[in-house]
Design a binder for this molecule. Structure first.
Ligand code: SF4
Length: 379
């Protein structure tokens, strides 16, 4: 199959992905798009930085100057002198990058429809209402601890209410800090990262409650709320919730000696059944440093697992497969096709930037305050 056929086949199934760009972009073979992208990178030199999240599709990934998790990429954006940062990730990541970059830098998202279903599960009005309700019921505020996978608005609210952001690498440390600041924390928006972290810290199951955002008082009794040390917002990741204990049992039976590592956004029972759990960077470190020839099933997004499987097979003869055989893809991240990247790069080359992500004030300053709090607590 030629590059041209492969892209046209893809467009046929996913035309909505390309609705906002001229047809000549998605009709161009991928190899040509990538060549043109590399040429613009050379022309723009230090003015341009391209970042790609671990979960990004391979062709787009190949254009990146740096790849990593959302925090690492935001830090790369903050350290660069580049005037333009093209962020091949999802909206909340580009917002975080804009929050911590200087005002004369511009962050651009190749496809503006690349959102995150988990971040969208927590909007400011509902989160603020929930915090107010807990204050009224308990007489003291719950400290908000907010996963970095959240909107800029929620990060700002977290700062206003004296809380901190966390990542999947430092959630335990930040949750511990939160509990030192008050009687209870309210964890947004991912119930599973909050729950897995709280259990790992030894918090009793009866002191962890799930707040159903669609119900009055979160669907909890006043007694349950007053007894809770950790209240979990009921958001989740549509990709990671699909890894189950049955997948773990299945792969252990099929591949003797295989070890299982999953992301802490997976359900509690899945994390309990796995051999290890960790953030994307922790997964890469653990599996890369494992003995040659070892076998791994990994519970996270397929693009990252596929790349690891190829690289570590060639380097260390490791066997790696994705834990759920039914492709677990972050479909919104995937929307940053090389055609979108080139569309944005062509505009940058012509000094007519498009797709800028600009967080307005005071949300930007407050969001920076919440992110800075996390960096101080993690130092
Ligand atoms: S993998 Fe899940 S949490 Fe991460 S961007 Fe995709 S939907 Fe959001």
């Amino acid at each position: 199959m030629t590059d041209d056929q492969s892209l046209l086949g893809e467009v046929g199934n996913n035309l909505f992905m390309f609705a906002d760009i001229p047809p000549e972009y998605y009709r161009t073979p991928i190899a040509t798009l990538l060549e043109r992208g590399q040429k613009i990178k050379r022309q723009m030199g230090d003015e341009l930085l391209i970042l790609a999240h671990h979960y990004q599709q391979n062709d787009t990934f190949s254009l990146a100057d740096h790849s990593g998790d959302s925090l690492y990429l935001a830090q790369q954006a903050a350290q660069t002198k580049a005037r333009f940062v093209v962020f091949c990730g999802v909206l909340f990541m580009a917002e975080s990058a804009d929050i911590i970059t200087a005002d004369d830098q511009m962050v651009l998202l190749p496809n503006l429809t690349a959102g995150c279903s988990m971040a969208d599960m927590a909007d400011r009005d509902h989160v603020e209402d929930a915090l107010d309700q807990v204050l009224e019921i308990c007489g003291v505020p719950a400290i908000p601890i907010t996963y970095i996978n959240s909107s800029a608005e929620i990060k700002a609210l977290t700062a206003e209410r004296g809380g901190s952001i966390c990542t999947s690498s430092n959630s335990e440390r930040i949750l511990r800090w939160g509990l030192s600041q008050g009687e209870r924390v309210f964890f947004f928006p991912d119930q599973f990262l909050g729950h897995n972290t709280a259990l790992q810290m030894g918090i009793k199951p009866e002191e962890i409650v799930l707040w159903a955002r669609e119900k009055a008082d979160g669907g909890l009794t006043l007694e349950q709320i007053k007894r809770a040390k950790v209240i979990l917002w009921n958001g989740f990741c549509s990709v990671h919730q699909r890894f189950t204990p049955a997948h773990i049992a299945g792969v252990r039976k099929r591949v003797p000696g295989i070890q299982v590592m999953v992301h802490p956004e997976c359900p509690v029972e899945t994390v309990k059944a796995a051999d290890f759990s960790g953030s994307t960077s922790q997964i890469i470190k653990k599996v890369s440093e494992a003995p040659k020839g070892s076998k791994w099933a990994i519970g996270t997004e397929i693009n990252m697992v596929d790349r690891m499987a190829k690289e570590l097979k060639a380097k260390d003869d490791k066997y790696i497969e994705v834990l759920n055989p039914n492709v677990c893809i972050c479909s919104t991240m995937y929307r940053n096709h090389p055609a979108h990247v080139l569309w944005v790069l062509d505009h940058l080359r012509d000094q007519k930037p498009i797709h800028q992500i600009k967080v307005p004030e005071p949300v930007k300053s407050l969001g920076r305050q919440a992110l800075t709090k996390m960096l101080e607590l993690s130092a």
